[in-house]
Design a protein around this ligand. Structure first.
Ligand code: NDP
Length: 249
């Protein structure tokens, strides 16, 4: 990642950075030269391991336990990152959960939990970051290709929650554009992680729907996020970028 000012190290916060796409993103941003904070809830060992690897690249790394379901904890992580690193340049809204199943099996509690983590937290974290970021800032949210192309059954709640991120991205890009801050949405297709294992029960249908006939890797999503976070993507804002192996082709 290229700094807008060579005397200043870029800093980033990745929500949900202990595993999967978030961990790959935190490590990629650190390899590109950023100091990186990450949040997690349960996987403390994973979070520690990611921080250790960030530090092995000569960058500062911190892990913050912050449950995105808690409306205070998630934005507090933004402020803590800025306090620790002195600034916040890149926010990656990655933490997300999926509760899948036929609509009749999904409870009001499921709806509340998924919307709290996948939607409310993203809004509140963006709100906190918008108050801190300077010109050159980057906000990148992780949606899902499923919000555009259903693929199979069972994803009503998850896809509905992720579709809200498109509704946030464009107006926020308009609002923050005059300050030189970009806001974009990355829409991944099937990616081999704990959330969606390539050998899991849902894998066969996803493979059949994917032009490249394979799941993506977390690193392949992280490389797109790193591009959007960098100086070369300065003219890209308010848009959705799909990385799905042709899932929607
Ligand atoms: P994983 O389940 O592998 O990892 C999820 C990460 O988010 C973990 O670090 C986890 O922390 C963290 N997390 C979960 N819940 C919370 C919470 N309430 N507060 C803070 N952190 C939390 O998921 P993926 O890497 O697969 O997914 C990352 C993002 O990409 C998600 O938003 C997902 O919806 C999206 N996505 C994934 C796809 C896929 O096929 N894998 C496809 C399209 C989109 P902890 O370890 O502490 O639990």
């Amino acid at each position: 990642m290229t700094s807008t000012d060579s005397s200043t190290t870029r800093t980033a916060l990745v929500t949900g950075g202990s595993r999967g796409i978030g961990a790959a993103t935190a490590l990629r941003l650190a390899r590109d030269g950023a100091d990186v904070a990450l949040t997690y809830v349960r996987d403390e060992d994973g979070a520690r391991a990611v921080v250790k690897e960030i530090q092995s690249y000569g960058r500062r790394g911190i892990a913050l336990r912050a449950d995105s379901a808690d409306p205070d904890a998630a934005p507090a992580a933004v402020h803590r990152t800025a306090e620790e690193f002195g600034r916040l340049d890149v926010l990656v809204n990655n933490a997300g959960i999926g509760v899948l199943g036929p609509i009749g099996t999904l409870t009001p509690a499921d709806v509340d939990r998924v919307l709290a983590v996948n939607v409310r937290a993203v809004f509140l974290v963006c709100r906190a970051a918008a108050g801190l970021m300077e010109s050159g800032g980057r906000i990148i949210s992780i949606g899902t290709a499923l919000s555009r192309y259903a693929g199979g059954t069972g994803s009503t709640l998850y896809a509905m929650s992720k579709a809200a991120l498109a509704g946030l991205t464009k107006p926020l890009a308009r609002e923050l554009g005059p300050r030189g801050i970009t806001v974009n949405l990355v829409q991944p297709g099937p990616v081999d992680t704990d959330l969606n294992p390539a050998d899991g029960p849902m894998a066969a249908g996803q493979l059949a729907a994917t032009a490249l006939d394979r799941f993506g890797t977390a690193d392949e999503v992280a490389s797109l996020i790193a591009y959007l976070a960098g100086a070369e993507a300065a003219f890209i804002t308010g848009t959705e970028v799909t990385v799905d192996g042709g899932h929607a082709a």
